[in-house]
Design a protein around this ligand. Structure first.
Ligand code: LAN
Length: 716
């Protein structure tokens, strides 16, 4: 296509790749992971790093004999930057593992099974690696967590068990791991206790009855838009997932039943399948899975819809309405598919939409296009092949990466890294709004915005736009021969226009769109597993990123929409202060957790001109961070850095924090992967494998330039 699929990541098996020695090295790494899997759950994304670093031999540096702190930090940074440069892709982004959630692969496997496309899409090697991954992430007790570090849940235990069974037919039933998994399921009451999304998948597959599901009527889409519960008003992820679910529910679609399916019906329950009380099962949920219990209103609502609404809607004359609703839903699905190049907004609606298209017409062009974009979601690491939480975190990581690199102020080490990254940012900006009747399908503008992953994905995000804008402006201040041609100013203006259009009346910024309904809608969140999914709330991360971007823009382009920018920033600054928690921290919604949120809270306020001296919020936030610094090692000091006024600070905590970063660096310049650090919907964790490079570089860069070098000036 025209954009050349910049940023696209997918794995193919190449039998001839590597030497014997390299192959056995890879096997050793895998072996090591699997031996230690109960202690270290997070892979270090070593396979990609090995392959990328290959052939890009970098001159190694050593830290052992360095005495001055400044030299030590500089050397650490040089090593870090050199290593980081080896894992950059040719198109300028840094590919990284974006796995973590464990409920994604089963959806894909179930869909491919129904479509009889498993062997078409997934090579033998893919299937082998998927099995490796699933077995590697089984907990000691036999179950699977919601994410790689979580305790076992019915949701993921049942679904991953089913996934393994579908990939390998009945071959797998009697191995030890599967027996343990079955035992876990039965001991926890059987799969009638699986939460609603699990009930949905199992129903489609034919191992659970549709009558054991709470209703998901597609007719909701026919409501007038002024009704607050109109799905068009919901958070885009929530509405896109339930859109496709409502189609399959509305049709009560069930895939082909074979002996494997019949056998699963026997394996997963505590009573014979035909004796199950499906009406009771509707509201059962294992306590391990129950993060957001249904409020009473919900139970009453589902009861009414299930017992009275649905039977009516399935019968003439209301069945006509159902038909109309299903057509509308399908039209919407096609719109989403076409506007995202069949990547869709995320991994869940990707496979759901694909399945809907297949149910509608298995020979359609849409199916071919869908199949061609599945691999965009698969990722291989030493723990096996996983499904990513998105089609990658490309643009997000690049925007942070650029800011981190520039913070070091070590121009001689940039190499071509910045030029390539710059190219990636330019190529990833949305040039147009969604095609066709965007408004009809509840899409806001996207022109000028940036997505989280790639331009093909098509969904712009407020803070991704802000972070990319920040990076673009920083790059535009650098010499052309280092960073390449600058972004044309009118593109930056478009980004600003888009950002301004995303501010809510309370001053805060939500993730993808304006907030369109009320927080009480959460009362009808039926997922049990996820919190705060029904509307797009305002977040400290998004609001702070916008303030930072607009402040930087204003300094460099003071004439463009001057007054509106000023007003936007002021309201956003106020909003941030109102959501600060009493202990001085902020709740971070997309990274773990208060430290991440507080980093954004402080950076937003500082960008807006507040200081430690003149702003109580900042002082409280600093005290919060200091109170959380680990006494033994000195970790967590980095955010403290950005908030301090030069000259007056006590550099001791920073020094200790810098020391631990310097000392934890590995010989090749990489940093160790520790526990999982990303999150979404309160309850599910997700990996950001580049963060271990980006943030130490960024923090040490700031430490070098704002503490070591500036205090030198101060003393001089
Ligand atoms: C993401 C990843 C990026 C993240 C940030 C940009 C970091 C954030 O500041 C705004 C929200 C956003 C864009 C975000 C939203 C929720 C996502 C898309 C994810 C965490 C990646 C995966 C997650 C998605 C909902 C996973 C699919 C699961 C469902 C419950 C539908």
């Amino acid at each position: 296509s025209l954009n050349n699929n910049v940023g696209r990541q997918y794995w193919e098996f190449d039998q001839n790749s590597g030497t014997d020695e390299e192959r056995s090295h890879v096997e050793d790494i895998r072996e090591h992971f699997s031996m230690n899997r109960f202690h270290v759950k997070h892979s270090s994304d070593l396979l990609l790093r090995l392959q990328f670093a290959k052939g890009k031999q970098i001159e190694m540096l050593e830290k052992v004999k360095i005495e001055s702190e400044e030299e030590l930090v500089k050397t650490t940074l040089k090593m870090g930057l050199r290593f980081y440069s080896t894992i950059q892709a040719d198109d300028g982004h840094w590919p990284a593992d974006y796995g973590g959630p464990l409920f994604l692969l089963p959806g894909l496997v179930i869909s491919l099974f129904i479509m009889e496309a498993m062997n078409v899409v997934l090579s033998e090697e893919h299937q082998k690696e998927i099995l490796r991954y699933l077995y590697n992430h089984q907990n000691k007790d036999g179950g699977w967590g919601l994410h790689i570090e979580g305790h076992s849940t019915m949701f993921c235990t049942a679904l991953n068990y089913v996934a393994i069974r579908l990939i390998n037919g009945e071959n797998n039933v009697n191995n030890e791991a599967m027996e343990k998994a079955r035992k876990w399921i039965i001991e926890h009451g059987g799969v009638t206790y699986i939460p609603s999304w699990g009930k949905f998948w199992l129903s489609v597959l034919g191992v659970y009855e549709w009558s054991g599901n709470n209703p998901l009527p597609p007719e909701l889409w026919l409501l007038p838009y002024f009704v607050p519960v109109h799905p068009g008003r919901m958070w885009c992820h929530c509405r896109m997932v339930y859109l496709a679910m409502s189609y399959l529910y509305g049709r009560r679609y069930v895939g082909p039943i074979n002996s494997n399916i019949l056998s699963l019906r026997r394996e997963l329950y505590t009573t014979p399948y035909h004796h199950i009380d499906w009406d009771l099962a509707r509201n059962q949920c294992a306590k391990e899975d129950l993060y957001y219990p249904h409020p009473l209103v919900q139970d009453i609502l589902w009861e009414g819809l299930h017992k009275i609404g649905e039977p009516l809607l399935m019968q003439w004359p209301l069945s006509k309405l159902r038909k109309k609703a299903l057509n509308t839903v399908m039209e919407h699905i096609h719109y989403e598919d076409e506007n995202t190049n069949y990547i869709c907004i995320g991994p869940v609606n990707k496979v759901l939409n694909m399945l809907c298209c297949w149910v509608e017409d298995p020979d359609s062009q849409a199916i071919k296009l869908h199949l061609s974009r599945i691999k965009d979601y698969l990722w291989l690491a030493e723990d096996g092949m996983k499904m990513k939480g998105y089609n990658g975190s490309q643009l997000w990581d690049v925007s942070f990466g650029v800011q981190a690199i520039l913070a070091t102020n070590l121009p001689q080490e940039y190499g071509v890294m910045l030029k390539n990254a710059h190219h990636f940012i330019k190529a990833s900006q949305a040039r147009e709004n969604s095609n066709g009747d965007a408004k009809k399908w509840y899409r806001q503008h996207s022109r000028g915005g940036w997505p989280f992953s790639t331009v093909d994905n098509g969904w712009i995000v407020s803070d991704c736009t802000a972070e990319a804008l920040k990076a673009s402006i920083l790059l535009s201040l650098m010499p052309l021969d280092i960073v390449g041609e600058v972004t044309a100013p009118h593109r930056l203006f478009e980004a600003v226009d888009l950002i301004l259009s995303l501010q809510n009346s309370n001053g805060g910024f939500a993730s993808y769109e304006l907030t369109r309904s009320y927080a009480w809608l959460e009362m009808i969140n039926p997922s049990e597993t996820f919190g705060d999914i029904t509307i797009d709330y305002q977040y400290v991360e998004c609001t702070s990123a916008v303030i930072q971007a607009l402040e930087s823009f204003k300094k460099n382009y003071p004439k463009h929409r001057e007054k509106e920018i000023e007003a936007c920033i002021n309201k956003a600054l106020q909003f941030i202060q109102t959501i600060q928690l009493p202990d001085g921290s902020w709740y971070g919604s997309w990274g773990v957790c208060y430290t991440y949120g507080t980093w954004f809270g402080i950076c937003g306020l500082v960008a807006g001109g507040y200081t430690y001296e003149n702003c109580k919020s900042i002082r409280k936030a600093c005290n919060f961070l200091l109170s959380k610094q680990l006494q033994s090692s000195g970790g967590w000091g980095e955010s403290y850095l950005s908030s301090q006024h030069k000259g007056k600070r006590d550099p001791t905590p920073l020094k200790r924090a810098a020391k631990i970063l310097v000392n934890s660096q590995m010989d090749n310049g990489d940093f160790p992967q520790q526990e999982i650090i990303g999150v979404f919907n309160r309850n599910c964790m997700i990996s950001y494998s580049s963060y271990r490079n980006i943030f130490p570089i960024w923090a040490l860069g700031a430490y070098l330039n704002e503490v070591l070098l500036s205090s030198k000036e101060y003393h001089e």
